[in-house]
Design a protein around this ligand. Structure first.
Ligand code: XIL
Length: 397
């Protein structure tokens, strides 16, 4: 009896190890989860872990560590800039696919999936387009055709090689905009009206039936008042619900996840609840651009540990909040960092007054920070019954 119980227990242990896809001790060396990459640890959850990639850094022979880590720590990549309209079509009618193709090839060589970023956005548009609209040489009907042709050309070019497309990015205003009542903002809404959103999803679907089509935005990590006039998450939720109700082929909502340690931010349960509500619409979710910036006070810049330490710890906690929420929600398919090292981060260039930085998981010398270790710990210590493998999303027709 005793022996039987022992055998059963042993079989259960072996089965558990197999189910978790954890390698047993090999050649006398015990399995050390902390020595695994983020991507290896995420794989056990069926979660893809990603980074935005700066193509100049990737190609820089003087900075080999960037390429090594981009290839080894991540299972999905996003072009930080190379797939934006101004990069792809700087001159009207002449596409420059080179850098974007290089990233897709890098991903293939490293067994990674690609998030396509971005088809329709009001920033980083080529000058010929914005100037043509401003001086009246491109009218509304032509603008709509130009947008249709762009979405079609880009999606077709990468057909079959993009896992998730950010079809429309940042279409919704913020409470600090004028008017403060939330509304569709920016170049496309101003010139075409909000109908461009549904159009873009339909055009993208026509050009690639298999890619997952996402709406992507920031400050939608958690619900607020529940009133779409001032709660951006609610506004986006209702937009997505209406698109689904009208049969528009939207498959997911991407939450960028740009946080800052100076803000109140969120707790894990709030964020998980928001992801679950989007999943309730039949949508996949993803964190698409996670970073956690901090103000670079004179003390921080002078190396004062009393000012640096709390920032690094708050940063780690915020990365962890988003990652745990994603792990807890089975429809959250991927967790992408907006750059992985402070050596190449958009934050110091974009947030200058006051100066901000320290936003990523590795420092400028590629030393992993607490944020990296905490994400790793989250991936190691999460599991059944509350964290279960992902539910794959089927592209909507
Ligand atoms: C940023 C890039 O990181 C910068 O290099 C570029 O100069 C500006 O754009 N939301 C988005 C991203 O969807 O495309 C932005 O990327 C960051 C904010």
């Amino acid at each position: 009896m005793k022996l039987r119980r022992w055998i059963v227990a042993g079989a259960v242990a072996v089965a558990t190890v197999a189910a978790l896809n954890v390698a047993p001790a090999t050649a006398g060396r015990p399995y050390d989860p902390a020595a695994q990459s983020l991507r290896a640890l995420a794989q056990r959850h069926g979660l893809y872990i990603g980074t935005a990639v700066d193509m100049d850094a990737l190609a820089d022979p003087a900075d080999p560590r960037y390429r090594e880590l981009a290839g080894s720590e991540f299972s999905t990549v996003t072009a930080e800039n190379a797939m934006k309209w101004e990069s792809l079509e700087p001159t009207r009618g002449t596409y420059n696919w080179g850098p974007a193709d290089e990233l897709v090839e890098f991903a293939r060589q490293h067994g990674q999936r690609v998030r396509g970023h971005v088809l329709v956005w009001h920033n980083q548009l080529p000058a010929w387009l914005t100037e043509g609209v401003a001086d009246g040489s491109i009218d509304k009907a032509e603008l709509r055709r130009i947008l249709r042709d762009h979405v079609t050309a880009v999606v077709r070019h990468f057909k079959g090689r993009i896992w998730q497309w950010d079809v429309v990015n940042e279409a919704v205003s913020d409470p600090w905009d004028t008017p403060s009542t939330l509304h569709y903002k920016g170049f496309w809404a101003e010139h075409l009206g909000p109908g461009y959103i549904a159009d873009a999803f339909r055009w993208a679907r026509a050009a690639d039936p298999k890619a997952l089509l996402f709406y992507n935005d920031y400050n939608i990590e958690a619900f607020g008042s529940g009133n779409p006039a001032d709660d951006k998450t609610q506004f986006v939720y209702e937009m997505a619900r209406d698109l689904r109700a009208r049969g528009v082929p939207i498959d997911g909502v991407g939450s960028q996840g740009h946080l800052g340690t100076q803000y109140g931010n969120y707790d894990t349960l709030q964020v998980a609840a928001a992801l679950r509500r989007f999943a309730g619409l039949g949508l996949a979710t993803a964190f698409t651009e996670v970073d956690v910036r901090s103000q670079l006070t004179p003390g921080v810049q002078a190396g004062d540990s009393a000012e640096i330490n709390p920032r690094l710890q708050a940063s780690a906690a915020n990365f962890s909040t988003l990652l745990r929420a994603c792990l807890a929600e089975r429809h959250c398919l991927s967790f992408t960092l907006w750059g992985f090292t402070d050596r190449h981060s958009w934050v110091p260039d974009w947030f200058e007054n006051p100066p901000e930085g320290l936003a990523t998981a590795y420092d400028e010398d590629y030393r992993p920070k607490r944020a990296y270790q905490e994400m790793k710990a989250d991936l190691i210590f999460s599991g059944p019954p509350f964290v279960l493998p992902r539910v794959p999303q089927q592209p909507r027709r």
